[in-house]
Design a protein around this ligand. Structure first.
Ligand SMILES: [Fe+2]
Ligand SMILES: [Fe+2]
Length: 131
């Protein structure tokens, strides 16, 4: 069973953004699955984590480019949250690369799961009326 089951209640009504959010859910599910597969090597987990970092960065850039074209008043604070997550995921990947044994993967996955759902539902949904 997947870690996160996509829910259409998360849709913001913008094709690109909704696609991105589904991709982020997919990659997070993939990290969860490969982590619990004993045949998967550390290097593959690292690759998937890097995939997540790069998708997160591209998604945030796309979302922020959309803010520029709207009157969404909370853009600055919203971007700040994006920067913070980017920092955290980069740290996670870096730690995994250097000291995989020090990383509590269950905590990481739970953090990602919670952040994603909360951010989409609580914060991304706030710009919905401005799209
Ligand atoms: Fe988003
Ligand atoms: Fe966002």
């Amino acid at each position: 069973m997947a870690l996160i089951a996509w829910d259409d209640a998360w849709l913001v009504g913008h094709g690109t953004i909704d696609y991105d959010h589904q991709m982020l859910v997919n990659i997070t599910n993939q990290i969860y699955e490969i982590r619990h597969d004993p045949t998967i090597k550390n290097a593959q987990v690292f690759q998937t984590l890097q995939q997540l970092v790069s998708y997160v960065e591209r998604h945030f850039a796309r979302e922020e480019a959309i803010f520029e074209k709207t009157d969404y008043p909370d853009a600055a604070a919203h971007k700040q949250m994006h920067r913070e997550l980017e920092r955290v995921v980069r740290e996670i990947v870096d730690l995994w690369r250097r000291e995989p044994d020090l990383l509590n993967f269950d905590e990481v996955i739970e953090f990602l799961r919670r952040w994603l759902i909360e951010h989409i539902l609580k914060h991304d949904h706030k710009y919905k009326p401005f799209l």
